[in-house]
Each structure stands twice: as C-alpha cells, then as structure tokens.
Design a protein around this ligand. Structure first.
Ligand code: ADP
Ligand code: MG
Length: 230
C-alpha cells in the first residue's frame, strides 16, 4: 500500500498540493484526472521522489520514503515512470535505450541486458525496431520504447504521466492499446490521463484533482455515471 498523508508542495508562492491524502492499493488501477495545472504531475513526481514535498509524508507499507536516502532509493527501484515526452537518448538505438539502465543500475551483463530488453520491446510490439534510433521512430513507437524501458526494470508499480498527450490521435490509440494490454496482464499502475474513455475502461478508481486538491476518489463506473463534484 502507498499512504499519502497530508501532502503539501509549494513552489515559491504557489501552493501546488494542498493537504493531499490518499491510499493507493496495489491491487487497484488508478486514473488521476483534472485540468492542467491541478497538481497531477507534481503528485506523481512526489510519489517517486522526483520532488520533495514541503510537508506531509508518503509511506510505502511502513517505510517513510523521505526519511532516508536508502528508503528513497528502495522505493524508487520498485517504481517506474513514463513521461509525456519519452525522454529517450537520441544517440542510442531503441534496444540500447532499454539496455542502458539494466547495465548501469541493475548491473546486468551485456547479454542478459539484451535478452531482457528484447523481451520488453517484443511485449510492446517493437521486435522489428531494436536497431532504430529515436529520430527513425514515430512518436507512438518512441513512447512504446519508453514503456519497454520502464517494464524492463521489472517495477512493482508504473506511474504514467499523460503518456499520450504529445501524440496525434492515431498514435494515441496504438499506445493506449499497449497500456491496456499490460494492465490486463497484471501491470500495476497509476495513470495521469486526459483520455476519459481510456480512464473509464482501464481504471478501477478515478482520482479527480482540482487546484492542488483531491476532490473525489470514486470507483470508475460510478464516476462516469454519477460524479459527486462535477
Ligand atoms: P498538472 O500535471 O495537473 O498539469 P502540475 O503538477 O504540473 O499540474 O503543476 C501544478 C502547478 O505547479 C502549476 O501551476 C505549475 O505551473 C506549478 N509547477 C509545477 N512544477 C513547478 C516547478 N518546478 N516550479 C514552479 N512551479 C511549478
Ligand atoms: Mg502534468
């Protein structure tokens, strides 16, 4: 379980997260929705320690992730994140992008890393793209490489931050299909998305944020038929 307790985040004078409390159950898929600037990315970034909250705590089971560097490192090693603009190395091929952290962080041998990376690329439908550089790939393919890179690290949980918002509609469909299949196969994730039909289909629970606050945490089918706050 991830316990977020009374989380606040300030950037100078702006109060971006305001007393945010939520428990994420690992057996449940969450979609976080809300208008731009409502604090969705900041919440995800706090969850994996890319941002340090101004106050409040995040616990994974009974471990407070901001209590020590070790705790944070451990939490991070179990969590993957997929960003909206892919963050691939431009001078590395698809497979090299996926292999990089396996070698650097997981300390796998070249051969082991290749094997793990190819399995991950195959899983997102890119078995024909191992040796292409990012500039030779479509946006949808780049995002799938970035998803494969995350999967290859075998995280317990993946945070998706608007994974399709930089893509045109056709590529959006292709990437959403990949994510849907991963979730169906048991991938645990928290998704920030503005794709409502996707959220409805994939998520068990909808978290609705507005102006730095969580206004609703509602089962998906209920949210889309009888929302409390809209
Ligand atoms: P969302 O993902 O819901 O669009 P964000 O979490 O990205 O919202 O941002 C929430 C607010 O915090 C916005 O007003 C944004 O401008 C501000 N913000 C986010 N990151 C920073 C930062 N590093 N420095 C200053 N302000 C930031
Ligand atoms: Mg955002």
């Amino acid at each position: 379980m991830i316990y977020v307790n009374q989380l606040n985040k300030h950037f100078k004078e702006s109060h971006v997260l305001q007393d945010v409390s939520i428990t994420f159950d690992p057996h449940i898929t969450y979609a976080i929705i809300g208008s731009s600037g409502s604090g969705k990315s900041t919440l995800l970034r706090c969850l994996n320690g890319l941002e340090t909250p101004s106050s409040g705590e995040i616990k994974i089971d009974d471990i407070n992730i901001f209590e020590s560097k070790d705790n944070l490192a451990k939490a991070r090693s179990n969590m993957g994140m997929v960003f909206q603009n892919f963050n691939l190395f431009e001078h590395k091929t698809a497979i090299e992008n996926v292999m990089f952290a396996l070698i650097k962080v997981k300390k796998l041998s070249h051969d082991e890393a290749f094997k793990t990376a190819s399995t991950a690329l195959d899983k997102v439908g890119l078995s024909h793209r191992y040796n292409n550089y990012p500039h030779q790939l479509s946006g949808g393919e780049k995002q799938r490489v970035s998803i494969a890179r995350t999967l290859a690290m075998s995280p317990q949980l993946v945070l998706f931050d608007e994974p399709t918002s930089a893509l045109d509609p056709e590529m959006t469909i292709e990437v959403l299909k990949v994510i849907k299949n991963l979730v169906k196969d048991g991938l645990k994730c928290i998704l920030v998305t503005h794709e409502m039909s996707f959220a409805k289909e994939v998520a068990d629970m909808i978290v609705f944020m507005d102006q730095g606050k969580i206004l609703e945490i509602t089962p998906s089918e209920q949210f889309f038929t009888q929302p409390v706050s809209t």
